[in-house]
Design a protein around this ligand. Structure first.
Ligand code: C2E
Ligand code: MG
Ligand code: MG
Ligand code: MG
Length: 278
């Protein structure tokens, strides 16, 4: 009896493992198919200047709606893509689609920066800089309108190989941002050597910045640090109107978050451009 219950216990546990395994297997299988068929799309989230509340840029964010799985958030499928060697192809698709979109806006008279998230497996590749150049040439986007975002953690983890790549990217004229700034296990000394244009303050510090004294201290320091090093600074995850006075008083250069807009399809950006309240 004990043996039997033990066995069924093991079976239960085993079937739980198998379920997780099956789910991941299914996700990977569907993801491969999505890569083949290029069945992703992009949404774009506005970035607003703190000084005059103009639309100055957008961040491209990948979206995947699968026929079987429905909407799968990037936080769920990008790690699987990374593990299964699909990330580079996905990343290249994002880069080209984002640049093509920004170039089309440029033709419509809307010259704004396009932020594109880059994963470590992308920028680690020997041909990454070449790929970026080729995409700019192909789409006709001005290099200074492309803003490559690399998270602080990825940058720190791959510190040694990064410097040279970032320098070469600067040579072709694109902008570089450190994403999720403040969450990395950082010594700050790396900032001296990296040719970075912008710090994006992680949204965890912005969420309650209107009332949380510790967040206020951290955000104030990051803005000062960025400005003292002649970098631009963006507050990510601005959800509350109450946070605006705090960020504006400290001359935070740009604001991004649900308060202004959720990520939206490209045609909405052109409308947003015309309708933005001052
Ligand atoms: P991220 O680059 O830090 O992008 C910002 C994330 O915060 C987005 O989530 C955005 O929808 C969300 N967000 C924006 N404003 C607010 C706000 O006011 N409040 C809250 N709570 N959230 C806000 P999303 O689109 O789910 O993307 C999650 C992460 O997935 C991104 O974080 C980025 O690391 C990664 N990711 C998304 N698209 C791509 C891509 O094309 N390539 C790569 N390599 N990574 C991507
Ligand atoms: Mg980002
Ligand atoms: Mg971020
Ligand atoms: Mg992130």
């Amino acid at each position: 009896f004990v043996k039997r219950s033990g066995k069924s216990g093991w079976q239960l546990y085993g079937s739980h493992i198998r379920t997780q395994f099956d789910q991941k297997y299914l996700l990977e299988k569907r993801l491969r198919l999505a890569v083949e068929n290029q069945s992703f799309h992009l949404e774009f989230q506005p970035q607003i200047s703190g000084a005059d509340h103009r639309l100055v840029g957008t961040e491209a964010l990948i979206r995947w709606k699968d026929d079987q799985l429905g909407h799968v958030p990037p936080a769920r499928f990008l790690p699987v893509a990374e593990e299964s060697g699909l990330m580079n192809r996905i990343g290249e698709w994002v880069l080209e689609e984002a640049c093509r979109t920004a170039a089309s806006w440029q033709k419509e008279g809307l010259s704004i920066r396009m932020g594109v998230n880059i994963s470590p497996s992308q920028f680690q590749r020997a041909d990454f800089v070449q790929t970026v150049s080729a995409v700019l040439a192909k789409t006709g986007l001005a290099p200074e309108l492309l803003d490559l975002e690399i998270t602080e953690n990825d940058l720190l983890y791959h510190q040694d190989s990064c410097l040279h790549i970032l320098q070469r990217l600067k040579e072709i004229g694109v902008k570089l941002s450190i994403d999720d700034f403040g969450t990395g296990f950082s010594s700050l000394s790396y900032l001296r050597q990296f040719p970075v244009d912008t710090l994006k303050i992680d949204k965890s510090f912005i969420k309650e910045v209107y009332e949380n004294k510790n967040d206020q201290a951290i955000v104030t320091s990051i803005i000062q640090l960025a400005h003292n090093m002649e970098m631009r600074v963006i507050a990510e995850g601005v959800e509350e109107q109450q946070s605006l006075p705090f960020l504006m008083e400290r001359n935070c250069d740009e604001l991004q978050g649900f308060y202004y807009s959720r990520p939206v399809p490209p045609e909405k950006i052109l409308l947003f451009h015309k309708e933005l309240p001052s």
